[in-house]
Write a protein that binds this ligand. Structure first.
Ligand SMILES: [Zn+2]
Length: 278
């Protein structure tokens, strides 16, 4: 895999455009761990409804985050994590689906999945699939039985305790070590069993946030929570916890819903995207 693909080409697009468009393949290296974002699709989020606000509120101060329809762009995709002697897939996308606007919830515009199968060869064989939570845009391909992904249906699938997961999936608890250097951080609130991951790369660490965050606007405005949070208080505490961890020097964040800026660091209370890794 040379990386001379859409991700590299797209890297030539000015950064400004990346805040409001679906993500493409992106890669970053943290010590001895390589993290690759692989896209499945995207969903448009109507900002006022998504954050349960009377109007766009603080989002209006960040017009660069909005697409031509005034929506935040939440990418849908997975993370491939590769460390010494192990490979993990985090999340399972939406799967092959095209959901029209408002078909499911007033806060959502168009929701599209299916692109991940183009990356099946790169995903290849993994030791496990870790699912941050059991929402449709994170379990889609797994529920569909991974058609087009050789062997993935037989790989162990792991999800946080308290999630409504398919039978046969393994259960993760706070502090569990999934593979050497990859620990579970329980971050309930968006769902009861939501988990994040802290990946120790030796020289630096990677924090996989999951749906603790949906938009870079929540970094300077951590009081903004999703209308889908089952426990808004717990969600706010998990967001504060994750943002505090991201502010620790040497920590890279991975947030799959962050448009085309999935890898970044938190600096001065803002999300600063990393340059392309390869
Ligand atoms: Zn999600």
């Amino acid at each position: 895999m040379t990386g001379r693909d859409a991700g590299t080409v797209a890297g030539r697009v000015p950064l400004a455009g990346r805040w409001a468009r679906p993500g493409v393949r992106r890669r970053t290296t943290v010590g001895d761990v390589v993290a690759t974002y692989l896209p499945d699709g995207y969903v448009q989020l109507e900002p006022a409804r998504w954050f349960s606000l009377p109007d766009a509120g603080p989002v209006a101060e960040h017009p660069d985050l909005l697409d031509a329809h005034g929506h935040l762009v939440a990418s849908i995709g997975v993370l491939l994590l590769e460390g010494p002697g192990w490979r993990l897939l985090v999340d399972a996308g939406l799967g092959p689906a095209h959901v029209p606007a408002s078909a499911t919830h007033a806060s959502l515009g168009v929701m599209v999945g299916g692109g991940l199968v183009e990356h099946a060869g790169e995903i290849g064989a993994v030791d496990a699939v870790v699912v941050t939570h059991a929402h449709d845009d994170h379990v889609g391909w797994a529920r569909a039985g991974w058609p087009g992904f050789a062997g993935l249906a037989r790989v162990p699938h792991l999800v946080g305790a308290g999630e409504r997961a398919p039978s046969g999936w393994g259960v993760l608890r706070d502090g569990d070590e999934v593979v050497p250097g990859v620990r579970v951080l329980a971050t309930p609130g968006h769902t009861h069993g939501h988990v994040s991951l802290v990946v120790d790369g030796g020289a630096g660490r990677l924090l996989v946030a999951g749906d603790v965050l949906h938009s870079p606007v929540q970094v300077p405005h951590p009081g903004l929570g999703s209308c889908f949070d089952v426990d808004p208080g717990a969600s706010a505490r998990s967001r504060a916890r994750v943002l505090a961890e991201l502010a620790v020097p040497g920590t890279v964040g991975a947030v799959t819903h962050f448009a085309d800026v999935p890898f970044g660091v938190v600096r001065d209370g803002r999300w600063v995207p990393l340059p392309d890794g390869d």
